[in-house]
Structure formats: structure tokens, C-alpha cells
Design a protein around this ligand. Structure first.
Ligand code: NDP
Length: 495
């Protein structure tokens, strides 16, 4: 008997083969009981507050401000003052220095931010740790690099900053959306008033401490918390030169109406109903992983989620069978557990919306599959769900569910796949799975989607522009394109 065999002989056989809990410690996050608004580099005492909770446990986490129009105006005035009396005048290389500092501090404090993001938003810690935080830091690094190269990015156009940017972000990727907004705005020389979503304000408030550490001049970034009324006040503010909004198509349309004729710049990143298209020559096991990542990543709270699966008819049965089998292995539960695949639904309101659409799917005649799954008693949860037998006209095939719910449809030819994929009011993203490069190129050319992934899904990179067609909005975030909405150009300059 070898030494190794002897050791194995002594190792006890586990009584159970289920995963032991592997929770990430919460101790790294020190929450205040109450937060104000971050205005002009100081904390402004809010006149009205509300409680922000953990959606996984419904436990109150902190009191935060519900900014009134006056408080929003104070933040806009601080941003204007910082823009005119300093920030727009400093050298571009100096601006880049602050962005590099912010990126480095985010990396250094990434565990703290990841835990807070999962606590306040309900997303699995492995996603906030491995996706949200690295990408947020990467955005600041990337735009830091552009800050002193704007003349090269837009040759002969004499770019200059727009002024004060009002930025409104959603609850699905709070810190990542903050970085998508703040990094290009500052790189281009603007100042900012940011409003995080009502249910997930805490990472933006902790980010204020990163700004303090980076010694960013006061007023360059201001953060006001609150619900849609705060967002509406920011949109209405006369002191704002540009609005950047990510969220629902409904609110996006209301903002567009409000800004029509004001001359303010606007970018909208709205909803989606992406098709994930699997051809019969695709590597099926990889495609199934891509389907799972496409719709169950972040509980399906993803604007570009692959919520409509289009499978070529000849492989429908093996794909659906593999998919159902894979679903039984997904672990739903505590977002802070490192083994969790699917965390909590972000809010009670969102859970009700998911339930309503799932009921509509059943009533309209689709067939539902949910793997056996024990959900925690407290908090907001939804079992990963697949609908088969779905007609294109069903609400679950047309409307954005924004939850872990997949609708499966079939097609026979590439032309039919394109027609079905494009048959929604949205046009944000799509996925194509096939081994033929020429088919990928043909599909990408014909799909009306801002992003088309090939043999992968939900991949992001700061250098790659992201944005939609049709009711998914306009304007691009990321890449060189992401700078343009934050710049004004001399009329006399080319082109
Ligand atoms: P909203 O569009 O309402 O929220 C996005 C942001 O806009 C939040 O900060 C929100 O504040 C703010 N807001 C709300 N009303 C106004 C207004 N009138 N003027 C200015 N800002 C406003 O999305 P919801 O959170 O209500 O989610 C509803 C649906 O939208 C989801 O079910 C999903 O389908 C879709 N959605 C899409 C997202 C995407 O990335 N494409 C992201 C989030 C949601 P507050 O949080 O306080 O409401």
C-alpha cells in the first residue's frame, strides 16, 4: 500500500454529498445607519429618508435620503460650480490621474464592494466578485486612458466637454452602471450628478468614499438618492446639459418627451428581448452553458439577457432535454454563498411583475418547466423557469420579463431565425451558436441588434460599444463611441 492509499484509507467518507454552506463574510462592509446625499464633496443631510433592505432576507440595511427637487438643485449647482471653477480647466492628463486612482481603489476595495452589492441587490457573490467589480474597475482604467487623447479620438472636430451630466441608473448592475456612466463623463471633462436606483443605493454611496480617497475635487461627482421622483427632478433641472439614462423603455420614453425641444443631449439604454439562436451544427453542451448564462445570470435581471431561445427544429429535443437537466443543478439561494448560481429577485415589485408574466404564459398555453427547488422562506425568490410551446404572439415572447424565465421557440432556416429574432419592438442584443463563420457573419448582418455574440453570451469589455436599436434606445456606452455623448464639437470643425 502506498502512503497516499494509506491516507485515503483514514479519510472519513462524508455522510452527505450536498454542498456545505460557503458564505462570504459580511464583516468587511461597515454600514452607516443613515446616509445623506453626496453634494460638493460633503454629506448633505436629507429632509426625507427611506429604508433600503436586503432582498434576500428583507432585513433593513440603512436609511437613505429621498432627494427633493431642492436637494437635486443643490447637487446640480455643486456640479456646475466644479465644472466652471476648476474641472473643465485642468489638464486632460490631470483628469486621467483621478480616473486611474479611482480604478485602483476599486480594485483594492473590490471584496468590500462585491459583498455590499450582493447584500443590497441580491446577486450571487461569485458574479459581483468576478464580473461587476473587475468590469467596473476596467471601465475607469479604460477611460482614464482616453482622457488626454480626445483630439485623436475625434480628429479635426475640436472636442470639448458638454458641462453637467445628469445620470440615472438601474438596480441590476448598480456599481457597473455607475462606472459606465461616470468614467466616460469625467474623461471627457464633464461633472456629474448621479442618481442610483431606489432599491440599490448603497454601492454608489460607498463609492463616494472612493472619491474622497482619490482626492477628486469637490463637486465633480455628486450623488443623490431617491426614487423615480428624484430622477424626474434631475431630468427637469435647467442646470443639466446632458441626461444619460439606463432603465425601462417606458421611463425612457417619458424622459425623451420631457427633453424634446430643450437642446439637452440624451442617451437612452433601455430594455431588450434578445434571441439566443442555436443552429444544429453548434457544440450543444457549450450552447447549453451559453443559454444558462444568457438567461439565469443575475437572475435574468439583464437588459441584454437571452430571454428568447430560438432552436433549430432538428435539435429541439436534445437541447431542451440537456437544458432541463442542467437546470436541476442550479443552486438558488443566499447571494453571499460562494456556491450560489441564482440569487434573490431584486424587489417585491419585480417579483410580482415576473409572477404576472409567468401566469400569462401559462394561461396563453405555453408549457412550464421548473426544476425541483427549495426556496428560502424570507426574501424574494423565483425558481429558474423554462417555457416550451411558446407562440411568438405570447406576452412571454414579446415583453421583457427581467427575471429567470426563458421562452423556447423553434426555426428551420437562417432566414426564419432572423425574422423571428427581429420580431420584437426591441433591438439590444442577440446570440448565434454555430460552427460556421460565414453563417455568423450573415446572421450578424441581418439581426437588428446593437450587440451580436457568437458562440458566447453576456460578454462585456470596456473597449466594446454597447447600445440598442428601436425601443432599446440610442447612443452607445463603452469604447471610443461612449465618449461622444459627453462631448460637444465645434460647428466649424469637420465633419
Ligand atoms: P425604471 O426605468 O423605473 O428605473 C430606472 C431608473 O430610473 C431608476 O433609477 C428609477 O428610479 C429611475 N426613474 C423612475 N422613474 C423615473 C422618471 N419618471 N424620471 C427619471 N427617472 C426615473 O425601471 P424599474 O426599476 O421600475 O424596473 C421596471 C422594469 O424596467 C423592469 O421590470 C425591467 O423590465 C425594466 N428595466 C430595464 C433595465 C435595463 O437595463 N434595460 C434596468 C432596470 C429595469 P427608481 O429606482 O427609484 O424607480
Amino acid at each position: 500500500m502506498t502512503e497516499l492509499d494509506r491516507k485515503q484509507d483514514r479519510t472519513p467518507v462524508p455522510k452527505e454529498w450536498t454542498y456545505a454552506p460557503a458564505p462570504e463574510s459580511r464583516d468587511i462592509v461597515a454600514l452607516d445607519e443613515r446616509y445623506g446625499h453626496f453634494v460638493g464633496g460633503k454629506w448633505l443631510e436629507p429632509s426625507v429618508t427611506y429604508t433600503t433592505i436586503s432582498p434576500a432576507t428583507e432585513e433593513p440595511l440603512a436609511e437613505v435620503g429621498q432627494a427633493t427637487p431642492e436637494e437635486v438643485e443643490a447637487a446640480v449647482a455643486a456640479a456646475r460650480d466644479a465644472f466652471e471653477n476648476g474641472w473643465s480647466g485642468i489638464s486632460a492628463a490631470e483628469r486621467a490621474k483621478y480616473l486611474f486612482r479611482i480604478a485602483r481603489i476599486l480594485q483594492e476595495r473590490s471584496r468590500e464592494f462585491a459583498v455590499l452589492e450582493s447584500l443590497n441587490g441580491g446577486k450571487p457573490i461569485k458574479e459581483s466578485r468576478d464580473v461587476d467589480l473587475p468590469l467596473a474597475a476596467a471601465h475607469f482604467f479604460y477611460y482614464a486612458g482616453w482622457a488626454d487623447k480626445l483630439e485623436y479620438a475625434f480628429p479635426n472636430r475640436r472636442p470639448r466637454p458638454v458641462g453637467v451630466a445628469g445620470q440615472i441608473i438601474p438596480w441590476n448592475f448598480p456599481l457597473l452602471m455607475l462606472s459606465w456612466k461616470i468614467a466616460p463623463a469625467l474623461a471627457a471633462g464633464n461633472t456629474v450628478v448621479l442618481k442610483p436606483a431606489e432599491t440599490t443605493p448603497l454601492s454608489a454611496l460607498l463609492f463616494a468614499d472612493v472619491l474622497r480617497q482619490a482626492e477628486l475635487p469637490p463637486g465633480v461627482v455628486n450623488i443623490v438618492t431617491g426614487d423615480g421622483r428624484t430622477g424626474a427632478a434631475l431630468v427637469k433641472s435647467k442646470g443639466v446639459d446632458k441626461i444619460a439614462f439606463t432603465g425601462s423603455t417606458e421611463v425612457g420614453k417619458a424622459i425623451q418627451r420631457e427633453l424634446a425641444g430643450t437642446g439637452k443631449k440624451l442617451t437612452l439604454e433601455l430594455g431588450g428581448k434578445a434571441a439566443n439562436i442555436i443552429f444544429d451544427d453548434a457544440a450543444l453542451d457549450q450552447a447549453v452553458e451559453g443559454i444558462v448564462n444568457g438567461i439565469y445570470f443575475n437572475q435574468g435581471h439583464v437588459c441584454c439577457a437571452g430571454s428568447r431561445l430560438l432552436v433549430q427544429e432538428s435539435i429541439y429535443e436534445p437541447v431542451v432535454e440537456k437544458l432541463k437537466r442542467r437546470l436541476t443543478t442550479l443552486r438558488v439561494g443566499d447571494p453571499l454563498d460562494k456556491n450560489t448560481d441564482v440569487g434573490a429577485i431584486n424587489s417585491k415589485q419585480q417579483l410580482e411583475k415576473i409572477r404576472e408574466l409567468v401566469e400569462a404564459g401559462e394561461q396563453e398555453g405555453a408549457e412550464i418547466y421548473q426544476p425541483p427547488c427549495r426556496l428560502p422562506e424570507k426574501g424574494y425568490w423565483f425558481v429558474p423557469t423554462v417555457f416550451t410551446n411558446v407562440a411568438q404572439s405570447y406576452r412571454i415572447a414579446q415583453e421583457e420579463i427581467f427575471g429567470p424565465v426563458l421562452s423556447v421557440l423553434t426555426f428551420r432556416t437562417p432566414e426564419e431565425a432572423v425574422e423571428k429574432a427581429n420580431n420584437t419592438p426591441y433591438g439590444l442584443s442577440a446570440g448565434v451558436w454555430t460552427e460556421k463563420g460565414s453563417r455568423i457573419l450573415w446572421m450578424a448582418e441581418h439581426l437588428r441588434a446593437g450587440v451580436v455574440w457568437a458562440n458566447t453570451f453576456n460578454r462585456f469589455d470596456p473597449s466594446s460599444p454597447f447600445g440598442g436599436y428601436k425601443e432599446s434606445g440610442f447612443g452607445r456606452e463603452g469604447g471610443r463611441h461612449g465618449l461622444e455623448p459627453y462631448l460637444a464639437f465645434d460647428k466649424s470643425a469637420l465633419p
